[in-house]
Design a protein around this ligand. Structure first.
Ligand code: SF4
Length: 399
């Protein structure tokens, strides 16, 4: 598991660009890289070089541990009054009858379907509509809390919070305090897109700004709570916008330490206003994971959202800085499948997910939302493993 020789080999390559050499030395010495160096990684870092650096950091932080959790998603509505050009939800506002708008009781009916299942988290996000306001969400969180006290409520992004607090004429501080008191446990990382206004105004104009997104997370962290962060990449942004985004997150993390995980989200081009924009390649996806891991030295985890990129790329990402591949979600989430994600029916049993991780030589660890270990599946034998299939599995050889 010692990846230092690979980095030393890279450093000793006489043909390596001297700045890339300096970056590799910094990674080996556990030092932070600058914005200029981050930009150079995007512009010139080759896949093998980036993978070696990112994997070194990943294994230093987590060894072979690869985390997942058992959660389910609830989307109160798939209709939205904002007009983000990359999103398939906004298109439905003109033909509302084609979408769904769940009442509180309907949402609770969905949640109750999981009563007997060993899930630890409910993840709630969806479109923005006026009836989903502060009283609605505080009531919802309280009802979930009452119904199943141990279920972790991870819900809503600054996009929703900014909208509902403004409508209620309350400050962010007051609003987040009310959410905390109602039972909110943590915030997911969505709505970040690309912070830089040059891009944000074009793809997500009208909703909260990058500064507002960061401010709401900061307030939440100051209440002693945790959240995640994302970046929607691979559309019309340039590498400098990605670095601007990562730098803003790194700075806030220095201040609060409240982020747990960074999740790069690949732009998908189906059923939205950006169908003409080419999607990023698998190579670019892996480069992006690796650079995120190298740049965000103060983030514990980098997550690949497997329904979005597909199982094979998710497996590869584990060698490019990723240590978490999200959960055993079922098809209650439509956000990504509507946008053309790899997995149109993203369901994966715990057994399938565990095997997917083991196949690439990593250790599957079930975690709760806050990364407490729920179960180590490294040596768990499933019933299906005991059945003779007419062949003997060969051991996985790690390069
Ligand atoms: S990305 Fe979010 S805010 Fe934008 S249209 Fe889609 S659901 Fe609405």
């Amino acid at each position: 598991m010692n990846s230092s020789p690979t980095i030393n080999f890279i450093i000793n390559n006489p043909k390596l660009n001297p700045i890339l050499k300096t970056i590799a030395q910094k990674v080996l010495a556990n030092e932070r890289i600058s914005e200029e160096e981050g930009l150079l990684l995007f512009e010139q870092g080759e896949l093998g070089y980036l993978g070696a650096l990112a994997n070194h950091i990943r294994e230093k932080k987590h060894g072979n541990h690869t985390y997942f959790n058992r959660n389910f998603h609830v989307e109160p509505t798939n209709i939205c009054l904002y007009t983000c050009t990359f999103c398939s939800y906004s298109r439905l506002i003109k033909k509302r009858e084609e979408g769904w708008e769940y009442t509180l009781n309907e949402i609770m009916d969905i949640i109750k379907q999981y009563d007997e299942k060993p899930v630890t988290e409910v993840h709630i996000v969806g479109g923005v509509l006026p009836q989903y306001d502060v009283p609605f969400y505080t009531e919802l969180f309280k009802t979930i809390r009452q119904h199943r006290p141990e279920l972790h409520i991870k819900a809503l992004t600054p996009v929703e919070y900014h909208y509902i607090f403004k409508k209620a004429k309350i400050s962010y501080e007051e609003g987040m305090q009310q959410m905390l008191e109602a039972g909110l446990d943590s915030m997911p990382g969505g709505g970040a897109e690309i912070f830089h206004p040059e891009i944000r105004d074009q793809i997500a104009g009208g909703k909260c700004t990058g500064e507002q997104w960061l401010r709401i997370h900061e307030i939440w962290h100051k209440l002693g709570k945790r959240s995640n962060a994302t970046m929607l990449y691979g559309h019309i942004e340039e590498f400098k916008h990605r670095i601007h985004h990562l730098e803003a997150l790194r700075q806030l993390q220095d201040k609060t330490g409240g982020f747990q995980t960074f999740i790069p989200l690949k732009f998908r081009n189906q059923n939205n206003e950006m169908s003409h924009v080419q999607e990023s390649t698998v190579i670019e996806d892996l480069r992006n994971y690796a650079i995120s891991r190298i740049y965000l030295d103060n983030f514990d985890h980098i997550k690949a959202y497997w329904p979005m990129i597909g199982r094979t790329t998710a497996q590869m990402s584990l060698a490019f800085g990723v240590d978490d591949i999200d959960g055993t979600i079922d098809d209650t989430t439509k956000i990504y499948s509507m946008a053309g994600a790899e997995e149109q029916n993203p369901a994966l049993s715990t057994e399938e997910l565990v095997k997917m991780i083991r196949l690439v030589g990593r250790k599957p660890i079930e975690r709760d939302t806050l990364y407490n270990i729920v179960k180590d599946y490294t040596d768990i034998v499933f019933e299906s493993d005991k059945v003779f299939k007419g062949y003997v599995s060969l051991p996985v050889v790690k390069p």
